[in-house]
Ligand binder design. Sequence first.
Ligand SMILES: [Zn+2]
Length: 139
Amino acid sequence: MARKDALLNLRSILVRRRDALRNALAGDLTLLRELRSESPGDVMDAAYDSAQDEISSQLAEVESRELASIENALDRMKSGHYGLCEVCNSRIPMARLNALPYATMCIGCQRDVERTGYSPASRREEQEEMSGDVELDVS
Ligand SMILES: [Zn+2]
């Protein structure tokens, strides 16, 4: 399958997943159950299992976070940035996207982040904080 088609396919999965999660957060698990029976795969299992229990505020938080990840992925698709590593801008392999549709980094950059324990965003924040300290020292 061409990468473009594969991405379109992934997009329709994400859209349906988003709708199911929205419903689940509103207390309706029907769609989530349907998705589970249609699409085998580990990606969808975890959230479903958690949704099967009564939706506590903690679970709702997990689902809200996943929903945010999906919406982020869909935004990136719209702007044409989906599938590109947000750190080094290289193409994230389709196999990785299929396994991890919300991935925003290639494996190399992801490993860097895991090794250092910093995401590029938190690294920026730290630098800002440090420069803030310097200004304080000067005054
Ligand atoms: Zn990268």
